[in-house]
Design a protein around this ligand. Structure first.
Ligand code: ZN
Length: 456
């Protein structure tokens, strides 16, 4: 047994009552939260090895939960910077066709290391690029890299089977066939999915998007996921181009299309959900279908702004996502707190989103979207000890008296400590599980390798 006591910190628990302490404590024992409260932690009367962390000048919150990413894109950042979503995809598919295990491993270590440095303790990753028949070797490389960094992970095994010759957007050489996808996805569940309470790795079934997968794949994926008790994920309603694609190809809206295939439910989460009709919002809420809200990526691609306020009002589970690093180069989850507040207010006016609601989306909201509300997303006794301790006493936050406002609408705060299952991953702004400078070198080499191959 071991123990970490964080004392003298402001605490935002993000529990159901929104409990906060101006000066309080968080006690971590054996990977779980053992105590949270105001004032100093009670002195332990045992000989358990105890580490004390002085939280003076800091805010303790639950670790941030990232509900949508494409970590492989860390190797292809900064390309097609001024294109629409469909133009950007068409420009990048030929580059992604050169992905290999080495490049993916480097991208996952780099992207996930950076996410940890910006407060993320749990991340989903939607991986749908499996070129040249590579499957197990890519997923093995990804999972090995995830274990190197130590962030809690949800692997959304993505897929594409509708190439250009079948009316889809991706080139034919980048898609797999239906049987291969279903077999490989089943294998990934068998090999990696851990449903336990403290699970560090779960698998979801995640065909890529309506314009890159067949109707059969969506239907079979839903059956496969439910047979295995895992979640379903895809992109939906990201752009008006997608809306037009669904109208022309299926004669209905994206949400109607997904509904007809069994894709609404509390085991499903969609990335983006920007272009929703009011009745779509109600249906997502009524069915408990979750949304990964990715405001910076939507802004980068100019696809629009998701109606986050309307979704929350309709009781849609909404979490935050950075989205793939090639459409959101900053890839900082902490920054999405502020972006989500700004974009909600641009859509719905000054009262559309509070700083605390933004923090809730980035923590307990994300936990709900990933089906882990009982385990993570708030600082409550018995939950897993995924804790972020943000330093808000530097120049960037000077004079902002409200600690939650400092975190959400101030600049991204450095981390004094970040724990996953009680294990320190980041301390004093430094990644403990890997050498950030080495990750940067590896990331640059991965970018050079994949772009050089694409040029040849
Ligand atoms: Zn995405």
């Amino acid at each position: 047994m071991n123990r970490i006591i964080i004392d003298n910190a402001a605490v935002a628990t993000v529990d159901g009552a929104g409990t906060e302490h101006a000066s309080g404590h968080v006690v971590i024992e054996d990977g779980r939260i053992a105590a949270v409260g105001a004032g100093s932690a009670p002195a332990p009367h045992d000989d358990v090895p105890t580490r004390r962390v002085d939280g003076e000048g800091c805010l303790a919150t639950p670790g941030l939960v990232n509900t949508h990413h494409h970590l492989y894109q860390w190797a292809t950042r900064g390309m097609a910077c001024d294109q629409t979503l469909f133009e950007w995809l068409v420009a990048l598919y030929p580059v992604w066709a050169h992905l290999d295990a080495e490049t993916l491993g480097a991208a996952v270590r780099g992207g996930l290391g950076w996410l940890a440095l910006t407060g993320c303790t749990t991340s989903a990753d939607h991986h749908y690029v499996f070129p040249r028949g590579m499957r197990d070797e890519l997923l093995d490389a990804e999972i090995a890299a995830v274990r190197d960094i130590g962030v809690r992970f949800h692997l959304a095994r993505g897929s594409m089977d509708r190439g250009q010759s079948h009316g889809g957007l991706p080139p034919d050489h980048l898609v797999e066939n239906l049987d291969e996808i279903l077999t490989s996805t089943q294998d990934a569940i068998a090999r990696y999915h851990d449903p336990s309470f403290a699970s560090m790795l779960r698998v979801a079934v995640a065909p890529c998007s309506p314009f890159s997968v067949s109707t059969e794949l969506l239907r079979d994926a839903a059956v496969l996921a439910r047979d295995n008790g895992v979640r379903l994920h895809t992109h939906l309603c990201e752009s008006l181009d997608e809306d037009r694609f669904c109208a022309e190809t299926h004669g209905c809206s994206p949400v109607d299309y997904m509904d007809s295939l069994g894709w609404l439910g509390d085991d499903v989460w969609f990335a983006h959900a920007v272009h929703l009709r009011p009745e779509d919002v109600k249906r997502l809420g009524a069915t408990g279908t979750g949304v990964a809200h990715c405001p910076s990526s939507n802004a980068r691609l100019g696809t629009g702004m998701a109606p986050s306020r309307s979704m929350l009002d309709a009781r849609v589970p909404v979490g935050l996502g950075v989205d793939g690093s090639a459409s959101q180069e900053a890839s900082m989850l902490a920054d999405e707190l502020r972006q989500s507040l700004y974009t909600a207010r641009q859509v719905g006016g000054p009262h559309a989103m509070s700083a605390r609601q933004a923090l809730a989306m980035g923590t307990i909201g994300g936990a709900r979207v990933l089906g882990r509300e009982a385990e993570i997303g708030s600082l409550e006794v018995g939950k897993l000890a995924d804790v972020a301790l943000w330093r808000i006493d530097g120049l960037g936050h000077a004079g902002i008296a409200d600690p939650v406002a400092a975190l959400v609408i101030g600049p991204p705060a450095p981390l004094a400590l970040l724990t996953v299952n009680g294990r320190p991953i980041v301390e004093d702004g430094e990644l403990l599980t890997a050498d950030a400078a080495a990750l940067a070198r590896e990331s640059r080499a991965a970018h050079r390798r994949i772009t050089r191959r694409a040029d040849q």
